[in-house]
Structure formats: C-alpha cells, structure tokens
Ligand binder design. Structure first.
Ligand code: GRG
Length: 296
C-alpha cells in the first residue's frame, strides 16, 4: 500500500479514538465543550498520536492502554495551537483551514478552551488506569507527558521564543534550544510514551528519544520552510506569519537551501538511529522519511 493511503487509514482510526474521549456538549458550561471540540475536530495531521501508536507497535505494544494517551497528546497539542493563535501571541485568524478558536468564540473563551484542553488531557490520560489499574508504566508515561508539555518542555520553549522576537542577538544555540523544546518536546513525549507503555528497555527509550529529537527538529525546520514557500490554501493557515511577527527562524538563519538539506539530513539520521534497534516498524520508518516532503 502507498504511504499516503496508509497514513490516511491511520488518521481515520486516530480520529475515532479521539472522538471517544471528547466531552459531551451539555450543561451550563456548554460553550467551553463546544470550543474544545471545535478546536480539536478542526482537522490536523494527527502526527503526534500516530508517532505514539507506531512507536508502541514498534516495541510490540498491543493493548488499548495507549489510546487515552493518544487522545491526551492531541488535546495538549491543540491547546498549544489555540493559545499560540491568541491576540497576545501570534494573533492568527486561520488554523487547519478554519477560523481560529478565539476568532469564533471570542478571546476569553479561546483562553479557557486552551486551559480546558490541557486539563482534560490529564483527565483523559489517567483513564488508562481504568483499563490497567496495576500497570506502573502508566505513571511513568504520565510523568513524561507532564514534563515535556511544561516549563522544561513546550511551554519553556514558547517562553524563549516569545522573548526572542526581534532579537538581534539570537544565536544558533538559542534557536536550537527553542526548537527542541517548543516543537521537539511533544514529539519526544509522543514516541517516548509509546516506548514506555510497550515496555521498551531504558536503552531503547534513549534511542527513541534521540530519534524523536531529530524528527522534531526536522519537523520545525520544514514548518519554517513552508511558512515561506507555501500558500494559505495548502497550509490552512496564513503564510509569512514568522516575518509578520519578526521571528528569526532556521530559514532566516541558514537560508532556504541549507534548511532543506538539513531536513533531509536529520530525517535520514533519525531513521538510521531507529534501524540500529533490533525491532523494526516499516511504516514508522517511511512516515519519518515522508515528512521530509510534507506540504502542510
Ligand atoms: C502556547 C504554551 C504554548 C505553546 C505554543 C506549539 C506551539 C507552542 C506553538 C504553535 C505554533 C508552532 C509553529 C509550533 C511549533 C510546532 C508546530 C510546527 C506545530 C504545528 O503542528 P502540526 O503541523 O499541526 O502537526 P496540525 O494542525 O497538523 O496538528
């Protein structure tokens, strides 16, 4: 089967899982449920839950215990996008081809929908205990989820990113720090949680974390490239957002050609690291290489 068809089949299956964990739109606080569901069902590549599930499969995982974590990861990712689009941050009107959450529900509800999704993510992930009450790996996976999403992960990266706008003194080292945390942390968490829940050894977890670091960096560089070379129609969000926000990106730093070459180099290196494991997942391998040429 062609990789695109295989990805589409997985996205459909992931959508079904996510929907099972979404809140009912009822009660006095109905608006927040609607805003949460609007944001999460607006589309998206579902890359993080896909990486999580495929890493879980790589290490032989077969249980449904991964599913609440897949939904939780997409909730955290979606909250970050909702907040990133707010007037106080990037002030964007479109995301995933649709109006942003604050553009539809107002700024206050946009803030609350992000808060709600973050909290609901943990309510959701802890449902793994209902499936396997004695599984101590669930606690470890929860810790990874919390840490990588927080101040030592995504939020920390976003803080430095926000403070670095128009920063003439930006260094490559600082840019790498921002990318590893802002984008890499959730990708690392996704793959690491898959590995932990499947029972990968410490050594295997380390390999997976390194693979995910490279995938995360390549993914963010490609995001920077697409912000310059794509269109609103293809990307589903405005292009030129980095320039509008006076952001120094990998592309402004290294130029477009070197950036493209680095996406290829990092992705191939990630796959080579993965090949060093005794276990194999051909789809995961192809997915990482497919991301090199992604158009959105
Ligand atoms: C607001 C705490 C907080 C963090 C925001 C993730 C993030 C940090 C900001 C979003 C904007 C951005 C460029 C983030 C880098 C990560 C990234 C490329 C996100 C987009 O992920 P995709 O392409 O989105 O997987 P879809 O819509 O496909 O899910």
């Amino acid at each position: 089967m062609e990789i695109k068809t295989e990805i589409a089949a997985r996205v459909e299956q992931i959508e079904t899982i996510i929907r099972q964990y979404l809140p009912m739109e009822e009660g006095y606080q109905k608006t927040i449920f609607e805003a949460m569901n609007y944001s999460i069902l607006a589309g998206g590549k579902r890359l993080r839950p896909m990486l999580m599930q495929e890493t879980y499969r790589l290490f032989g995982g077969k249980s449904k215990v991964i599913e609440p974590f897949m939904a939780a990861m997409e909730m955290i990712h979606t909250y970050s996008l909702v907040h990133d689009d707010l007037p106080a941050m990037d002030n964007d009107e479109y995301r995933r081809g649709k109006k942003t959450t604050h553009a539809v529900y107002g700024e206050a509800m946009g803030i609350l929908a992000g808060d709600a999704l973050l909290n609901y993510a943990f309510e959701t992930a802890t449902k793994a205990f209902e499936l396997e009450p004695d599984n101590i790996r669930i606690g470890k996976a929860l810790r990874v989820l919390a840490t990588k999403a927080g101040v030592y992960g995504m939020v920390g990266g976003q803080v430095v990113d926000v403070e670095s706008e128009q920063d003439a003194a930006m260094t490559k080292e600082k840019l790498d720090f921002i990318y590893e945390l802002k984008t890499g942390a959730l990708i690392e968490a996704s793959m690491l949680i898959g590995a932990i829940l499947a029972g990968a050894t410490k050594n295997e977890q380390k390999v997976i974390e390194d693979v995910a670091k490279e995938v995360g960096l390549a993914f963010q560089i490609q995001d920077d490239i697409l912000d310059v070379t794509s269109t609103l129609e293809v990307l589903g969000k405005p292009i030129g957002s980095d320039e509008k926000n006076h952001k120094i990106t990998y592309v402004t730093y290294e130029g477009i050609e070197k950036s493209k070459a680095d996406v290829v180099r990092l992705s191939e290196s990630a796959v080579a690291h993965m090949d060093s494991l005794v276990v194999q997942n051909e789809f995961l391998r192809e997915l990482i290489l497919y991301l090199i040429a992604r158009e959105k």
